[in-house]
Design a protein around this ligand. Structure first.
Ligand code: MTE
Ligand code: MO
Length: 156
């Protein structure tokens, strides 16, 4: 990871609006193999609820606390991609994203695992709110890893 890594920005003006009307989430792994994951499929994974999550927004203050619910990213990746991967790029339709290393998934933060949230405070996230949102409990500075409108999981 370098300073020039577009998936490791140092600051960012958050997009308030969804990037496109198409909410499809796709997972892409070795040799260009890919598969769409529907919200229904995502809801079939065993979910974890992370209580007391705050979204710390640079310039816009802090929102929350929220409870976010969804499967651990690790479980979703393992359901599709064969072993041997070392990182997952989690990217939104607006180009915003973050790089998650396998070690972050196999040794989760004390506050809980990184999840693909489909539910907030007990109800489904609207498209406006992110629909599928990555929640990284260890990140509490500027929300630069709390990716809304997740469109692509690129497993490397
Ligand atoms: N797809 C996407 N996700 C994003 C962003 C963005 O621009 N695009 N901005 C990030 C930043 S910098 C902030 S502060 C939060 C804002 O989240 P909120 O709109 O839920 O408060 O979203 C994060 N996730
Ligand atoms: Mo932010």
């Amino acid at each position: 990871m370098s300073d020039a890594d577009p998936l490791n920005p140092h600051s960012h003006e958050p997009s308030p609006e969804p990037p496109s009307p198409d909410p499809t989430l796709t997972i892409l792994w070795s040799h260009g193999r890919s598969q769409p994951i529907s919200i229904t499929q995502l809801q079939q994974f065993t979910a974890v609820t992370l209580e007391n999550c705050t979204i710390v927004s640079t310039g816009h203050g802090t929102s929350g606390p929220f409870s976010f619910t969804g499967p651990p990213l690790l479980d979703v990746v393992e359901a599709y991609a064969p072993a041997g991967w070392s990182q997952v790029e989690v990217v939104s339709g607006d180009g915003f994203g973050t790089r998650i290393f396998a070690t972050e998934l196999t040794f989760p933060h004390a506050q809980g695992p990184i999840i693909l949230a489909h539910t907030c405070n007990g109800r489904s996230l609207t498209r406006q709110e992110g629909l599928v949102r990555l929640i990284v409990p260890s990140e509490t500075d500027d929300a630069l890893r709390q990716v809304k409108w997740v469109q692509l999981l690129r497993v490397l």
